[in-house]
Design a protein around this ligand. Structure first.
Ligand code: ADP
Length: 607
């Protein structure tokens, strides 16, 4: 406990020297002892100062001010952080508030404030902490406040304490600096240990990752923006049959296919550009994982982007998935499905054919039997009628058999195309003439046939460009369409056949349902349309009428002869000519059948 100093016991020069050497020892202890002793050292320092000055109580505070350089000069600011290092005969709540403002600047040395019964010595602390953090704002941001209480009755106390504080401030500051430095060293050591731990964790994670990367059974590579391989796992090295040195840093396309630019169809450039995963299925000859022999293998090449913090794709992960086994299974499933389908078709064909053959055969048999039995009793004209019926049924049988033969030959490819330059305008006129005379025979006066040929300019013309086609087959298509137009128009009406050369650009959208042919803008084609005013076709059947044996089941189709093969034959013929066929129709509104055939450039210009 310190006693208020009396004028008589003002500390001597020796007292000050002794205190200073005490402070030097404390400073050394603070810088070498563990930080756990810091509180004790601060307490000893304060106790020594209180005794030396003959003060009634004391407090040693550490304050940090957030004072930007621009505001250093000027107004006092409250500290952002204040901490008591040591207290003597005073509680933290009793510390006078006047020290809680920043000392007015520029203070580079010790300053004093004198309150009613306190003397405050503000000691500037060197900015070692900020320097270490690289956060140096300039000026003093940290201060130590030494508060010493004085007895108001002691007249000389203020002057004595001020003098003693001045005399010992360097020593006291040395201890405080050493204390703060030791705390800071402790902090830095803890951070360093944390960093070491994080580093060890990161290195372990990298090592784990490398092992997992190598253990993945699919070939995996990481490729940079410049298409150079950054990493390749063991499976990829074995797939490429090369060592790491021949892969890493080399262009992937050079390794893969010995080219000097990205391989055609590779999904990698797309992933780099779009930042989206992409894939492609490819086949190569590779070693079988079972026999080691080269064989055809199917791979899916997947590419996934690795996006940097800036949102740019800077690397791509490429995974090769061997899907040979799945592909074999899929192909086997498709083959099995095709066989099932073929079996079904065979059964359907047999059913339809026997049904279709039975009715003309039954007529032939019936009429022939009647003729044989009642030959002599039958009047001549009745006999003639029976013979005509037999002839008609035989013709029908002939047609059925030749249709069946034709579709089978078209589908098996045993009916080769006899292409030659064909004057379609002429073929159309011939087909219309035959259809017209047949219709006039069957239903006189019911049908009107109109033929409209247009030039490229849209005006009517008498000629059309030639096409390279098989004349017999094209004629067959026209005959079928015209015959259907008559057959499925029970009320008669106008049947229009129109034809014109068109450029694909002229047509917004060619509606080719299930068309196997893609048309390109600018392509020259000849379009032929056959339009009737008949029953029309329900929309749900439009996509199927070109299938074999497909007939729209209505009273009319049951009444008119038909096998459901005419349009299938038309479709096959147009496809063989690299063209397309489709229909537009709705029930009650008639039908339009479109046939599009390619125009040979040489033929177009030469005729
Ligand atoms: P078929 O006429 O022998 O039945 P197609 O293959 O020629 O066989 O025609 C298939 C089906 O398409 C026909 O049964 C009929 O239902 C329908 N069809 C074809 N052309 C027309 C048409 N112009 N108008 C209405 N329906 C038609």
């Amino acid at each position: 406990m310190s006693m208020p100093a009396q004028p008589g016991n003002t500390p001597t020069h020796q007292d000050i020297t002794a205190a200073m050497s005490d402070f030097a020892r404390l400073a050394i202890r603070a810088s070498t002892a563990p930080a756990t002793e810091n509180d004790e050292i601060a307490r000893l320092l304060l106790h020594r100062l209180v005794l030396l000055c003959g003060a009634t109580r004391g407090a040693l505070l550490h304050a940090r001010f957030d004072t930007p350089e621009s505001e250093q000069a000027g107004m006092a600011r409250p500290p952002v952080h204040m901490r008591a290092l040591a207290l003597h005969e005073v509680k933290e709540g009793e510390i006078p508030p006047f020290v809680l403002t920043a000392p007015a600047t520029p203070f580079t040395e010790q300053i004093f404030q004198v309150g009613a019964d306190w003397i405050v010595s503000a000691l500037p602390i060197r900015e070692f902490a900020s320097e270490m953090d690289g956060d140096h704002h300039g000026g003093h941001q940290q201060w130590a406040f030494l508060l010493l209480g004085l007895d108001p009755a002691d007249d000389s106390a203020a002057a004595r304490i001020t003098t003693l504080c001045q005399a010992t401030s360097d020593g006291a500051l040395a201890v405080i600096q050493a204390l703060l430095l030791s705390a800071r060293v402790q902090e830095v050591t803890a951070t360093w240990n944390d960093t070491q731990r994080s580093l060890t964790d990161a290195l372990t994670a990298v090592a784990d990752w490398e092992q997992v990367f190598d253990a993945v059974s699919d070939p995996v590579g990481i490729i940079g923006q410049d298409f150079r391989v950054i990493r390749a796992n063991a499976a990829l090295r074995s797939h490429l049959n090369r060592g790491e040195i021949d892969i890493i840093g080399h262009h992937c396309y050079a390794i893969d296919s010995n080219t000097d630019s990205p391989c055609a169809g590779c999904p990698l450039p797309q992933t780099m550009l779009s930042g989206k995963a992409s894939f492609v299925q490819q086949e190569f000859v590779a070693r079988s994982p079972v026999t080691g022999e080269p064989e055809r293998r199917v791979y899916q090449r997947w590419t996934y982007p690795i996006v940097s913090v800036t949102g740019k794709v800077d690397r791509v992960v490429e995974i090769l998935k061997d899907v040979t086994a799945q592909e074999h299974l899929r192909e086997a499933a498709i083959r099995a499905e095709a066989l099932r389908h073929a079996d079904h078709l065979k059964a359907e064909l047999l059913g339809t054919v026997s049904h279709e053959l039975r009715s003309p055969l039954a007529s032939i048999k019936g009429y022939a039997a009647t003729l044989m039995r009642y030959e002599r009793r039958l009047p001549r004209d009745e006999r003639h009628e029976f013979l005509l019926a037999i002839e008609e049924a035989t013709e029908r049988l002939e047609i059925i058999i030749s249709r069946l033969l034709e579709i089978s030959q078209l589908e098996t490819g045993t009916l080769p195309l006899q292409r030659e330059p064909l004057d379609v305008a002429h073929t159309i006129r011939e087909a219309v003439a035959v259809a017209e005379s047949k219709a006039a025979g069957r239903a006189p006066g019911k049908f009107t046939f109109v033929t409209n040929l247009y030039g490229k300019d849209g005006h009517t013309t008498g000629t059309l460009p030639y096409i390279e086609a098989d004349p017999r087959m094209i004629r067959e298509v026209l005959d079928n369409l015209l015959e259907n137009a008559v057959k499925y128009s029970p009320e008669g009406g106008t049947i229009e056949i129109a034809a014109s050369p068109i450029t694909i650009d002229d047509v917004d959208d060619l509606p080719i349902p299930g068309g196997s042919r893609t048309f390109h803008p600018g392509e020259q084609v000849l379009e032929i349309t056959v339009r009737d005013m008949g029953t029309g076709i329900p929309s749900e059947h439009l996509g199927f009428i070109f299938d074999r044996f497909h007939r729209v089941d209505t009273r009319l189709t049951r009444e008119v002869d038909g096998l459901g093969l005419g349009l299938a034959i038309c479709k096959r013929i147009t496809e063989l000519h690299d063209g397309a066929i489709w229909a537009e129709s709705s029930p009650g509104a008639g039908s339009v059948f479109h046939v599009v055939l390619p125009l040979e450039e040489a033929l177009v210009s030469s005729r």
